[in-house]
Design a protein around this ligand. Sequence first.
Ligand SMILES: *[C@@H]1O[C@H](CO)[C@@H](O)[C@H](O)[C@H]1NC(C)=O
Length: 235
Amino acid sequence: MRVLHILPSVALLTSAILSLVQAWDAITESLTNHDNFIIADGYGPERWGCSFRDTEVHESSAGTRITIGKDSDLKPYSCGELIHVEEDLGYGVYSIEMISSNVVGQVTSFFLIANEDTEIDVEITGYNTEIAWMNIWHEQKQNPISINLPFDSSNDWHTYSFEWRKNFVAWSVDGNVVLNRSDIATTPPDEANYRLAINSWTQVNREVNIHWAGHFTYPEYGIPSAQFRNMRYTP
Ligand SMILES: *[C@@H]1O[C@H](CO)[C@@H](O)[C@H](O)[C@H]1NC(C)=O
């Protein structure tokens, strides 16, 4: 009986020590300025139809706007990405408010990324703005699940979040849990450098995933854009 009494307190002590060691810092960004962000400029994955340019990232009192333009000498279009400067993020709750683009072929996304290890995503495509794709990239494999939204995500601000823990990732929309997965492993935070990012980009290659985002063509009127505000991480 003595042993049984000691065991739980050892476990408690261990977890208390671990939580002291893993003192991840919270993030609170209204996104009215980009002081704590690295703005991608001059590159972008080969398979995409755009390269990131800082000219497509706009800051205002209403938040961040990422536009699609033609300001790239490498690709048909230019697009935008912001990566928070804080490194080595860990378990906890990540959230953002977004208004997605409704232009077919344009992707609006919020994601936690440790290159080549794990990525946890919320992605909305202009192909269907009443669906959000909740995805975990792990070991070079995507594991997306589509969630029906009770609204058109391109019409107004909505909050998208995910809670990442050792044994599950649970996504929420406007505070309601919409998906909870324990079937896909993630690389633990102490084994990879996790960072938080937002981006918007275009799908132009008809061979790649075209039924997911659709094929982007530049609209005749207006500037394609995605909006973001209130990015948060609570360890
Ligand atoms: C997700 O599921 C796990 C069990 O698999 C549970 O422990 C956890 O509380 C759930 N998380 C949420 C946010 O519902």
